[in-house]
Ligand binder design. Structure first.
Ligand code: FCB
Length: 444
């Protein structure tokens, strides 16, 4: 029997857990970055987040009510290995162990991500992703996590959106660790992250486990047909859609000459071999397409950004273009053909201001329309022959949205920041009904 299509929701440790000092968790880069003045909008603190570390059982109940058959969450590396390398913290693993058992008891497949941006601070202090050693430390941590959970969890995501962590965290300085490096040094960071994925994939596969890599994809169009805009779109596509995908599928980096990089620094013999063919599935996080323009003078980048014309935008200002998800899937298929492994939409969702009615009901028709449009794109792509095996809404509960703090609400469930009370929004019922209908017809 083939496994059922996964209908799920996704979350990440740092955005929901809180309890940053509990049960032996070590600090992460985000703990300290979020304390920098100006780093997080209005100085919002991640210390409590959704208090999921204490309320996880209630959150699993919500998942049960939602009827999903899969849940994507992340393990906090600094909970499992507080100093990044070396001693494993059993108490940290216990937390995920209980979570996994509780999910399985409800027929929900756990889909853990090993790295969703919360690098142990001790590793950052030793150079972070600029150091090759961090990749080895990651593989050791992956092995420890798999040794504990691999008897019950068979599908693992290594990294979440390494490009966003690389660029926002190491080039733009707007995410932790807040570094601003020159382009070649940014590429070194990228390479060490890819190597980390490859080495961890080896550890997971040697234990008979399935390995996924999740990237953020965005189909890119030039703002006009001009040569300069077209070149800009090409450069952005290379960075966004190829840098962390081509090496995994083809064993080679794409041509990075638009970035002035002839050779990616830090690549040693055998590295690309460890990375080639290292994914049994690709996770697609899709939020919006991109329009590229020729760069502003002196920007130091080979592209600029234009406006996605005619699209409504979310509270985050992100354009709503469901067809972009279908385009993304087609782009990957067209580009990689038979080398493309099965696909999973590991994140898709939107942020909107709440409209709480006097009875406490939270109407979010825009979110329902957003999800409806994107699910339809996945289903149409499957009909065109795409091997898409899952769809995960970002996210279950409104949570700590990185540099935006609690300003962006992406949840199917509203969280009252003062009381932590969880209230399912209208979109929760809508998704519950959709999942029920789809899983019933799959069973029939
Ligand atoms: C993605 C991140 C996720 C969340 C959503 C809105 O880039 O993976 O943690 O912040 O965006």
């Amino acid at each position: 029997m083939s496994s059922p299509f996964l209908w799920g929701v996704a979350s990440s440790a740092f955005q929901i857990e809180g309890a940053l000092d509990e049960d032996g968790r070590g600090p992460s880069v985000w703990d300290v970055f979020s304390e920098r003045p100006g780093a997080v909008r209005d100085g919002h603190s991640p210390a409590l987040a959704c208090d999921h570390y204490h309320r996880w059982a209630e959150d699993v109940e919500l998942l049960d009510r939602l009827g999903v058959n899969a849940y994507r969450f992340s393990l906090a590396w600094p909970r499992v290995v507080p100093t990044g390398r070396g001693a494993v913290n059993g108490a940290g693993l216990d937390f995920y162990d209980h979570l996994v058992d509780s999910l399985l008891a409800r027929g929900i497949a756990p889909v853990p991500t090993l790295f969703h941006w919360d690098l142990p601070l001790a590793l950052e202090e030793a150079g972070g992703w600029s150091e090759r050693d961090t990749a080895h430390a990651f593989a050791e941590y992956a092995a420890a996590a798999a040794d504990r959970l691999g008897d019950r969890v068979d599908r693992w995501i290594t990294l979440n959106e390494p490009l966003v962590h690389t660029t926002y965290g190491h080039a733009l300085g707007v995410h932790a660790p807040g570094r601003i490096l020159e382009v070649p040094e940014v590429m070194r960071v990228a390479h060490h992250m890819l190597l980390a994925h490859g080495l961890a994939a080896g550890e997971l596969r040697s234990r008979g486990l399935e390995v996924l890599l999740t990237n953020n994809y965005s189909p890119v169009s030039p703002a006009t047909g001009s040569e300069a805009d077209t070149a800009a779109a090409h450069a952005y596509d290379t960075l966004h859609n190829r840098l962390f995908t081509d090496p995994v599928l083809t064993g080679a980096y794409p041509d990075l000459s638009a970035f002035g990089v002839a050779e990616v620094p830090g690549v040693r013999e055998g590295d690309l071999k460890a990375v080639a063919g290292s994914a049994d599935g690709l996770g697609i996080n899709y939020y919006n397409p991109t329009v590229a323009t020729a760069p502003d003078e002196g920007s130091g980048l080979p592209f600029g950004f234009g406006e996605v014309a005619g699209a409504p935008v979310t509270a985050f200002g992100w354009p709503v273009v469901p067809e972009g998800l279908g385009r993304t899937i087609d782009l990957l298929r067209g580009r990689h053909g038979d080398a493309l492994p099965p696909l999973y939409v590991t994140e898709n969702g939107c942020s909107y201001e709440d409209r709480v009615s006097p009875g406490g009901r939270i109407a979010d028709p825009e979110r329902i329309a957003y999800l409806e449009g994107h699910v339809a794109e996945v289903e149409a792509a499957r009909e065109r022959g795409a091997d898409v095996r899952g769809y995960f809404v970002w996210t279950l509960t409104d949570n700590f949205e990185w540099a935006e703090g609690y300003h962006q609400r992406f949840g199917l469930v509203h969280v009252d920041r003062a009381t932590q009370a969880r209230t399912p929004k209208d979109s929760f019922s809508w998704y519950r009904d959709l999942v029920a209908a789809r899983t019933a017809s799959a069973d029939a």
